[in-house]
Design a protein around this ligand. Sequence first.
Ligand code: ZN
Length: 204
Amino acid sequence: MNGLPSHLELVQGVVLPKPVGAHPVLDFVDTRSEWTTGGPPRTEWLTSYEAFLIWNSYAGLLPPATVFRLIEQAGSKPTEATRRLNATLDFRVDLYDVLTGAATDGSFEAVARVIEKASGRRRLVPAGPQGSAAEWELPEDLALPLDNLASLAGELLTSPSREHVRICPSCGWLFLDPRGRRRWCSMATCGNRAKVRAHAARGR
Ligand SMILES: [Zn+2]
């Protein structure tokens, strides 16, 4: 074994947190630690544009072949790749504020602009023979991973599921809880820590 904690996984040479959000947009928000402190993350898992791409593949958001081609594109346009990663991390901060109800006018506007821009780049293409079905498609360029996530975020924010987004009281990660039964992002990490603390308190 590679000796990683059970909530982490080594994917194509990149350490990533296992998804616990029950929604890809929430899993994206959960790609850094320590949201609760309001400061910089103690652990950042999206450490490069390539790591972000591999996360997209891991989360099932982009096909491996697309990720492979985008890694090549990023290699020939490193400045743009870095710019796209920074835009992604900014979007994650603003989206967190919106989803936790802590949004300022500025953060809501910023989220809305990214989502609207992504919507504007979508094309409706036939998905079956004779145009019997259709699907949304985004151009395959370095903006694709963020645009794809922004589209999904737009759907989440306007869907009834929005009401079921919960915040882990320990680490600040987000997860979907449609049945109202979850308290922690994961029993294996935050839930267990809380149990140990409660046990220690009873023992005093
Ligand atoms: Zn947690």
